[in-house]
Design a protein around this ligand. Structure first.
Ligand code: SAH
Length: 217
């Protein structure tokens, strides 16, 4: 089932032309982006475009994010290796794989069950052992394993969902696209001594975060 050709050169070129020139510096992030086979997370017909500089459709009206955005969000949460990370919006599971390489444990939530099932099967085939999956409304977070050292939301929301702030550990980092349905700003929220500070990482465009604390369905 796992396709043979490895695309290593395509990944190296992606890192050198799309990530480094735009300021991605964390060596661990660059290494993970060189290792994880994005071609395995897109459908067969799109494999030729897997390392291009844009998002791609993954079915159910959803997309796998542009490689640069995956790298930018991952770098923003500054993982060292011992963290518990919550991801909202598993989608193809590509961002999940990058996180699983860089953190101790990844908890990922996806509202579209067939996408969750597909990503879970692929990541099991690829031998990832530190990921837990849940088909659920991620705007509510995943209370059971909270608090999280980092939270990453890969769909755009009108506001930061309060349950996610509540589930962020002291010193924790949250990245989330906030805006209207057509464009958002990528926000990084850091929680220190109970208060949260925000930094704007720039413009972006994501699919909608749908749910109780997101856009209404
Ligand atoms: N990181 C993914 C991006 C997927 S697109 C990848 O690289 O493939 C965003 C995903 O967020 C979609 O799969 C969508 O179904 C999901 N999503 C939207 N609202 C959600 C919610 N409330 N809870 C969980 N997932 C949600």
């Amino acid at each position: 089932m796992i396709r043979n050709h490895d695309y290593r050169l395509a990944r190296e070129k992606m890192v050198e032309t799309q990530l480094i020139p735009r300021g991605i510096k964390d060596p661990r992030v660059l290494e993970a982006m060189k290792e994880v086979r994005r071609d395995l997370f897109v459908e067969e017909a799109l494999v030729g475009e897997a390392y291009n500089d844009h998002p791609l459709p993954i079915g159910h009206n959803q997309t796998i994010s542009q490689p640069f955005i995956v790298a930018l969000m991952t770098e923003a949460i500054a993982l060292k290796g011992d963290e518990k990370v919550l991801e909202i919006g598993t989608g193809s599971g590509y961002q999940t794989a990058i996180l699983a390489k860089l953190a101790d444990k990844v908890y990922t939530v996806e509202r579209i069950r067939p996408l969750m099932i597909k990503a879970r099967a692929l990541l099991a085939d690829l031998n990832y052992r530190n990921i837990l999956f849940k088909a659920f409304d991620g705007t509510l977070g995943w209370e059971e394993y909270a608090p999280y050292d980092a939270i990453i939301v890969t769909a755009g929301a009108p506001n930061v969902p309060q349950p996610l702030l509540d589930q962020l550990a002291e010193g924790g980092r949250l990245v989330i696209p906030i805006g209207n349905k057509y464009s958002q700003e990528l926000l990084k929220v850091t929680r220190k001594r109970g208060t949260c500070t925000q930094k704007n990482l720039g413009g972006c465009r994501f699919v909608d975060l749908l749910g109780v604390y997101g856009w209404k369905e």
